[in-house]
Design a protein around this ligand. Structure first.
Ligand SMILES: [Zn+2]
Length: 431
């Protein structure tokens, strides 16, 4: 009974933000609801026999995510030799194009090459002469052999660092990516331009949610844990690796998480706004923890002053409230360090002090192969939580919890255990 209530709640919440065939197909599969697009049956998956035969068996569910649209799958197995070129892509895809589809253009063909050679899975839209969407090409490399390698792909953290127990098999992670791309294929209002950040992020959140719902409700068992881990890796990636359009973690709800959720349904602009506010706050917090790194601080201050200088004319620099003190500020930082600098200039130049602290944090943030980077940022996230920087039931608050738990579970705790065992120093207790 509780499950029924829960899935009804989930479906009603989901209905408010999921648009398009993906949502219809997912809820049809999960809830047995009347299919509103029944007149558009799921077309079978198409592609080279070698490609389709090597897909996980669950890939058979992909066409249901984009009713009426033809889905073609292309992987490295779709090519007879190792030459994966735009011309070879066009030759590999053309036999499977649905009737009326325009041929692949060069830009799409180049994109598909990149998707396969550089592990950047993507769905490429197929349209007819009127611009109507008639299908898509899902392109990915299927060479990865372990769940941990897939987790590394999504998070940007080296596989060797993700020593916390990443769940599932390579095949399950590949299925997650295939479902995500298939969901894109079914979306009705996918943004035309990936630089349109909020709608692009919403399309990404929607695709991750469709995958998560299928993994939790239709497949279940260990798949549910894989969906949770995918979200965790997205969260790590959002801080250390990916751009704004893939910061989906806070907008994806696992089963039951919406019970008692009083916030607004996910929207690209809301998640984007919280993420854009949160990232410099985390960096600044980490920068403060690194106040003994005077070497980093001197470089960051010099960079910040140079940046300011570019916006001020040569004549105005002598009168500029910050630039006229340039030399003395740098000397102060070199001699007395970051804490003294913040005390001396914090009241008069708060924006400069904040920017320099955030810049030092950013240096740590970029160290994706250093467990300390995750330890510092997890600690910063916990501190922002303790200070209630984001109100309850906001996407910022959700992200802090998801990120901190992910960093602690997959990187920090195992790194600290092995550091203790080997008697190596690591910043394990920062709070
Ligand atoms: Zn996507």
């Amino acid at each position: 009974m509780r499950f029924n209530q829960l899935s009804q709640k989930r479906s009603s919440l989901r209905g408010t933000w999921q648009r398009g065939a993906a949502a219809v197909a997912a809820s049809t599969l999960l809830m047995g609801a009347q299919a509103t697009r029944a007149q558009e049956p799921a077309l079978p998956l198409r592609g080279a026999a070698e490609t389709l035969a090597a897909l996980p068996p669950e890939a058979a569910r992909m066409p249901a995510l984009a009713p009426g649209r033809q889905m073609i799958v292309v992987t490295e197995r779709s090519f007879i030799d190792d030459r994966i070129t735009p011309a070879a892509v066009i030759a590999a895809v053309t036999p499977y194009l649905p009737a009326g589809a325009l041929p692949l253009d060069d830009q799409q063909a180049r994109g598909i090459v990149e998707s396969i050679l550089e592990d950047k899975a993507a769905a490429y839209r197929l349209t007819d002469r009127t611009g109507a969407r008639v299908g898509c090409v899902v392109a990915m490399n299927s060479r990865l052999r372990s769940a941990r390698e897939y987790a590394a792909l999504l998070s940007g953290a080296p596989a060797g660092l993700l020593t916390g127990n990443v769940s599932g098999t390579a095949q399950q992670w590949q299925t997650a990516i295939l479902f995500h791309e298939a969901a894109h294929c079914g979306q009705h209002h996918a943004p035309g331009n990936m630089f349109d950040l909020a709608p692009t992020l919403m399309a990404e959140i929607d695709a991750d949610q469709v995958m998560t719902d299928l993994f939790e409700d239709a497949l279940g068992g260990s798949y549910a844990t894989v969906a949770r881990d995918v979200r965790a890796m997205r969260a790590l990636g959002a801080i250390h690796f990916t751009n704004d359009t893939h910061h989906t973690a806070a907008g994806v709800f696992l089963a039951g998480e919406d019970i008692g959720w009083a916030g607004a349904p996910p929207s690209g602009s809301q998640v984007l706004a919280d993420m854009q506010r949160l990232r410099p706050l985390l960096s600044q917090e980490v920068g403060r923890m690194l106040s003994d790194r005077t070497d980093w601080y001197v470089v960051a201050l010099r960079d910040e002053l140079n940046r300011l200088e570019r916006f001020v004319s040569v004549d105005a620099r002598a009168q500029h409230p910050v630039l006229q003190r340039r030399a003395s500020m740098l000397r102060h930082m070199e001699r007395y360090g970051a804490e003294a600098f913040a005390r001396r200039y914090g009241a008069t130049q708060p924006a400069l002090v904040r920017a320099v602290e955030a810049s030092v944090g950013d240096q740590m943030r970029a160290r994706r192969d250093d467990p300390a980077a995750y330890a510092y940022f997890a600690t910063a996230a916990r501190r922002l939580q303790q200070r209630h920087v984001f109100a309850p039931d906001t996407y910022g608050a959700r992200f802090l919890e998801i990120y901190a738990s992910a960093a602690e579970q997959y990187v920090v705790q195992p790194a600290c255990r092995s550091a203790r065992a080997q008697r190596v120093h690591l910043h394990c207790r920062l709070v």
